[in-house]
Design a protein around this ligand. Structure first.
Ligand code: C2E
Ligand code: MG
Ligand code: MG
Length: 777
């Protein structure tokens, strides 16, 4: 560069940066290195502003340089002003937080500010006038120096350069700087110098690092959390879909506009079938400012079963309150929902057959009844269905086969009815069907016929063919019904009638059935009072020795002195007592009273020969509920006998053991109504029976009936062989008495001798018919 060039580039008073540089000591200063010509670069740069400094220190400066400088300093006022500016700026320059320096275009360091020098602990003289790249503070690493060299090369070629570098501090710490190297050009475009600025970014880097760590942490939490998290920006574009949410929605995190969410993600309401519309989607609600709390939705996608999630979230705002978008977190509750559903299903369905259970049937029936009240044209009907002889199947083939049969019946019932009808299992072998409108008697009978037809095919159960028949009762809708149990009760009553009528049939409920049930229930209630109170009586019918007409004993027959209906006979109430369980208490009373009366009689010497037969029901021979009703515990006085009917022996085989135990106690046993059942004499032999009471039906045809006569004769012969006493019952005429006596029967009972009478009359009869007299009949 020529000196003219420097002269022609006067310092610009409006360029304070350049003026500030004026105090720099230029290499080649006289007081240190001796008079020496300044380098042409220095001259060029400091032309104008540093001239007087230069002149003071450089008496031997080449004339052309002085010449050049002289040109500039000619304006003294301006020069002083510049110096003031320069000092002010120098202050700023030195005190700035940034590291600053100036380089010649060749890369030689002209100046470094106090900040840089103070941090690095380097003295100015150590570095000024030397290549910048050699400054010790860069020597953090070879790489650091290399990066600086590259940036310098770029700046020296006239381009702006920027580089993150490290600067070694005096205390060994490092500062990270964002270093910029800005080449400065003359008006003619020639490089004049390079301004070096280094902004300490240590803090920023640390912050960046911390933010990065926090972000990575957050992202990892978001990605690994088991909840789905979705966010969108203020325009509703999806901005976040964490891993769970992506998986659930079967989607990547692509931007989808809010308007399209519902089309894209198949979202449904809690029922899993009603599609969610835009304004119901939790994220959109949150975006509109709503606080979403536990909103239940179902997410459906092609590659997995539907998912039920609880969504909670809300809108997002910047600290200054600008809308930022919204975020929603979703918690998977599918498992819990399924469990709940299962529990609800189990609570309302029969475990074995999966049919509705009683609770569900009640609720459906309640609904139908309410509808019928509102719209009487919408009728309904209830069928009560009971399998005939199911117990036999269970007993014969076991419970597993029994269960299979129930399953098969359940399936066939469902086949026989419409979809809108409900089939329920009420327990055991009891089923019910709720038929929906239309439901008049004809239609109900038609359904029953269909059910019966379905049952006609035999059921194959583990190798056995089982015939299934049903007893069905039906009750039609009635406006008089107030509670669900009423139509069911009536259908049950009708079913009971069907059973009584011989099973495998159906009955439609009518009011008379209800009345008879009510009657039965009333009798039961009253009988309970009768047993507990003082309304039972015993009448006694004499047992006569046919040889001499004497009274050998009595049979006790219970009577009920009803406060309104008068004297009632066993046929009116024994059945009810047996069905209701009252028979135990009733039987115990009879035994007690009979025993008391017998003791009273036998206390009199002339009546000490009397016996008393008391009838016991088969139910009393099964394990009784109350200890005081136990026959075996009873203190039997001598002469007390028990009568059991033939049907008891047949129907309740369990009674056999009880009878043997009684016989072992020495209680004489009679078989009542012999000949009405199917007990053969051989069967009788298996039980400890001492007396046969020949039923009235054998006696009635005598003496005319030849066949009857032959039968009675053979019974009597066999009985004699088996050492059994025979008492003929129901003797009404002297001819019957004579015929039996001729056939060898030695004892009898009947109206011809005496009707059953109260104790007083019985006593009188016995006294009038003491043994040893001549027969009078
Ligand atoms: P049952 O043990 O065979 O008693 C005989 C029934 O025949 C009695 O009827 C009696 O009044 C009736 N009878 C007696 N002689 C004649 C006659 O010549 N002609 C006709 N037509 N009938 C005659 P009752 O008292 O009505 O008893 C009916 C049944 O009730 C008894 O039949 C017995 O099985 C049962 N019963 C009576 N008392 C009791 C009792 O205390 N406990 C139990 N469990 N059953 C009893
Ligand atoms: Mg009897
Ligand atoms: Mg009898």
């Amino acid at each position: 560069m020529s000196h003219e060039a420097a002269a022609c580039a006067p310092a610009r008073p409006d360029a304070p940066g350049r003026a500030a540089a004026a105090r720099l000591r230029v290499p080649g200063r006289a007081d240190r290195d001796g008079p020496r010509a300044p380098s042409p670069d220095a001259l060029r740069l400091f032309a104008g502003v540093t001239a007087d400094v230069w002149l003071v220190g450089m008496p031997g400066a080449p004339p052309e340089a002085i010449q050049a400088l002289r040109v500039v300093v000619a304006d003294h006022a301006r020069w002083r002003e510049l110096l003031r500016d320069r000092d002010r700026l120098r202050d700023v320059y030195d005190r700035t937080f940034e590291f600053q320096g100036m380089l010649l275009p060749s890369g030689v360091l002209l100046d470094a500010n106090e900040t840089l020098l103070a941090f690095t602990g380097v003295r100015r003289v150590q570095v000024l006038g030397k290549p910048c790249v050699d400054a010790p503070w860069w020597k953090v690493s070879a790489e650091n120096v290399g990066l600086l060299r590259r940036a310098l090369t770029q700046a020296m070629s006239g381009e702006f350069a920027r580089q993150d570098l490290s600067v070694l501090g005096a205390d060994g710490t490092q500062a990270h700087v964002d270093l910029s190297l800005t080449p400065i050009f003359s008006e003619r475009g020639e490089p004049q110098m390079i301004v070096m600025e280094g902004r300490d970014i240590t803090e920023r880097l640390r912050t960046l690092h911390e933010v990065g760590v926090a972000r990575a942490f957050l992202e990892s939490v978001l990605e690994n959390v088991q909840d789905g998290i979705v966010a969108c920006d203020a325009e509703g574009r999806i901005t976040l879909f964490n891993r769970m949410a992506r998986e659930w929605h079967g989607q990547g995190p692509e931007a989808v506009l809010a308007d399209h969410w519902s089309g894209k993600y198949r979202l449904f309401g809690p029922d899993g079938v009603t599609p969610l519309h835009g304004e119901q989607i939790p994220l959109l609600r949150a975006l509109r400012g709503a606080a979403v709390k536990d909103q239940e939705i179902v997410i459906s996608s092609d590659h997995r079963p539907p998912l039920t999630v609880l969504s909670s979230g809300g809108p997002l705002y910047t600290p200054s309150g600008e809308p930022l978008g919204a975020v929603v977190a979703m918690h998977d509750v599918t498992e819990r929902k399924l469990t709940e559903q299962r529990l609800r299903h189990d609570a309302l369905h029969d475990r074995l057959t999966g049919l509705a259970n009683r609770a569900l049937l009640y609720s459906l029936l309640e609904h139908r009844m309410a509808r019928f009240r509102r719209q009487p044209e919408c009728a309904y009907a209830v069928l009560f269905i009971d399998l005939d002889n199911f117990k036999d199947v269970n007993d014969a083939y076991g419970h597993i086969v029994g269960d299979h049969l129930l399953l098969e019946v359940a399936a066939r019932l469902q086949q026989a009815v419409r979809q809108t009808d409900a089939v329920a299992r009420l327990g055991g072998d009891e089923f019910a069907v709720l038929l929906d409108n239309p439901c008049d008697a004809t239609q109900v009978m038609r359904v029953i016929a269909r059910i019966t037809r379905e049952m006609r095919r035999p059921v194959r159960l583990s190798g056995h063919e089982v015939e299934v028949t049903l007893s069905i009762g039906a009750a039609l809708a009635d406006s008089a019904y107030t509670g669900v149990e009423e139509p069911l009760r009536d259908a049950d009553t009708a079913m009971y009638r069907a059973k009584q009528a011989g099973k495998n049939g159906a009955q439609l409920f009518d009011q008379s059935m209800h009345e008879s049930v009510v009657r039965r229930l009333t009798t039961e209630r009253e009988l309970r009072e009768a047993v507990a109170g003082d309304q039972l009586r015993l009448h006694y019918q004499p047992v006569i020795c046919l040889d001499d007409g004497s009274c050998t004993g009595f049979e006790a027959l219970v009577r009920w002195q009803h406060p309104v209906r008068g004297l009632l006979f066993p046929g009116d109430f024994i059945g009810v007592a047996e069905a209701s369980g009252l028979i135990g208490a009733l039987g115990a009373w009879v035994l007690q009273e009979g025993a008391r009366q017998l003791r009273e009689w036998r206390a009199r010497p002339e009546l000490a020969h009397l016996s008393l037969a008391v009838n016991v029901s088969g139910k009393q021979l099964l394990a009784p509920a109350q200890p005081d009703e136990r026959l075996l515990a009873f203190d039997f006085p001598p002469g007390l006998e028990l009568e059991v009917t033939e049907s008891t022996l047949i129907d309740t085989p369990e009674a056999g053991a009880h009878l043997r135990a009684l016989a072992q106690l020495g209680v004489p046993l009679s078989l009542d109504d012999f000949g009405t059942g199917y007990a053969s004499l051989a069967a009788v032999q298996r039980h400890p029976i001492g007396t046969l009471k020949l039923d009235r039906s054998f006696v009635a045809p005598l003496p005319a009936g030849k066949r009857q006569r032959a039968i009675v004769a053979s019974v009597l012969t066999l009985a004699a062989h088996l050492d059994l006493r025979v008492i003929a019952e129901g003797l009404e005429t002297p001819e019957q008495v004579a015929a039996l006596r001729d056939l060898g029967c030695r004892h009898g009972q009947g109206y011809v001798f005496c009707r059953p009478v109260p104790a007083g009359e019985a006593t009188a009869y016995a006294l009038a018919h003491l043994p040893g007299r001549r027969p009078d009949a």
